[in-house]
Design a protein around this ligand. Sequence first.
Ligand code: NAG
Ligand code: NAG
Ligand code: NAG
Ligand code: NAG
Ligand code: NAG
Ligand code: NAG
Length: 395
Amino acid sequence: MAFHRHWIAIQSSLSKQTGFSSKIVSYWLASSFLIAIIFLYYLLLAFWDNKLLFRQNQQVVPIGNVSGLSAPCQRKILILYWTKYFTSVDFEYGLGRTPFATCDDNRIVCLTTMDRGLVNESDAVIFHSRDLRDNDLPPPGWRLPHQHYVFFNHESPAHTDLNLLRRPVFWNYFNRTMTYRRDSDIVDLHPYETSASLPFQIDLKVKNKTVAWMVSNCKTDSRRESLVSHLSLLIPVDVYGFCGNGSHQCPSRADCDRFLGQNYRFYLSFENSLCPDYITEKLYRPLAHGVVPVVYGGSDYSFYLPAGSYVNARDFDSPQSLAEYLEKLMLDDELYLSYFRWRNRFTVDPKPVDGMCQLCRLLSDKKTEEKIYPDIAEWWHGGNHTCLTPPPSLV
Ligand SMILES: *[C@@H]1O[C@H](CO)[C@@H](O)[C@H](O)[C@H]1NC(C)=O
Ligand SMILES: *[C@@H]1O[C@H](CO)[C@@H](O)[C@H](O)[C@H]1NC(C)=O
Ligand SMILES: *[C@@H]1O[C@H](CO)[C@@H](O)[C@H](O)[C@H]1NC(C)=O
Ligand SMILES: *[C@@H]1O[C@H](CO)[C@@H](O)[C@H](O)[C@H]1NC(C)=O
Ligand SMILES: *[C@@H]1O[C@H](CO)[C@@H](O)[C@H](O)[C@H]1NC(C)=O
Ligand SMILES: *[C@@H]1O[C@H](CO)[C@@H](O)[C@H](O)[C@H]1NC(C)=O
């Protein structure tokens, strides 16, 4: 108030007493200059402060913490895990920016959250098929046209609740698929847990046992257990894990892969169902640990593995002919070792595809088109995607 009055006083004295005019003008100029400086200083301070806040906002990591998302100038892509992935709340990918740490293009900012309160802000909502409930979905009225509802599945159709997926609520529901199948929008394989580039050593004197099989699911759609029981009448098959009778055990759980790799020539990579593209870590692990996998599954393995790196049970017309071939490889070291020639040109990649990076790219690409799956059950198990029935000649 005092300042204001003073200002008026100077003005009025200026108009009356022109004798002092030059002194007054310079005083006036100096004060306005000072005022302008002070004003500018505060303006700058405010601006600088804003910038700092802006920066802080960029470092969003905490789970589902929105504080960073409210910065209006930044385009962040939010992916919501609506369901769990079995017992995992973060789909075993992690929350925040963690799943995208290894993506090539780190200019794109994607975040994952499990906070359903952010459903309206989400660009994608992921549903794990096994944990999907038709009475626990986002309210239909909240759905926004730009949001992608993602069907996520790592299990084979044989272990999918197809009746649930056939319910009308899931007609025209999903926009994208994220599965192991090669025709998915986002191809995502089971991450393989152990390190890939192990030093490769084979000592055939130590590696003198025939076949190992590690198994915990004893009765399957592929009827692999039947094929194994046929085989075990013909060649030694050592059964580890839950379905064995306990006579074969790894020295330690953590060291099991290495132990089997050292001692066995073959490992049975028998899938629990014979479905298109369905392969699991049962295949990656022996390859990484220097055992020849004997595969039995519904995939075209030539898409996944180098030629000459595996034996495919389905190439044989009976358990006898398969057993005979394995016996032949037991006796012929040169022929057996030829199954490792691929190692001159390849290594096992622990993470051959990165689904979360693909998803992030898809969501951030402005050219990504709208897509709707009219009938997800049909896509998952219809037409030429049905699983094979086990070949009677083998099981
Ligand atoms: C969100 O972040 C703010 C500040 O960064 C913090 O105070 C708050 O506890 C966080 N909330 C949760 C749920 O992590
Ligand atoms: C989402 O948006 C709808 C309006 O479209 C609103 O009614 C609802 O409360 C919002 N939900 C949340 C969790 O913010
Ligand atoms: C097989 O290798 C083990 C060492 O791992 C050795 O003790 C055993 O004598 C070998 N058996 C034969 C038949 O060579
Ligand atoms: C387990 O089964 C094998 C035959 O497959 C048999 O030789 C062995 O004695 C059994 N061991 C036990 C502990 O029952
Ligand atoms: C996703 O599907 C819904 C429901 O069919 C549709 O309305 C929406 O446009 C689709 N969005 C995208 C991004 O494909
Ligand atoms: C499955 O059918 C589609 C067309 O219906 C075709 O494009 C695709 O090549 C077929 N896939 C196989 C593995 O036969």
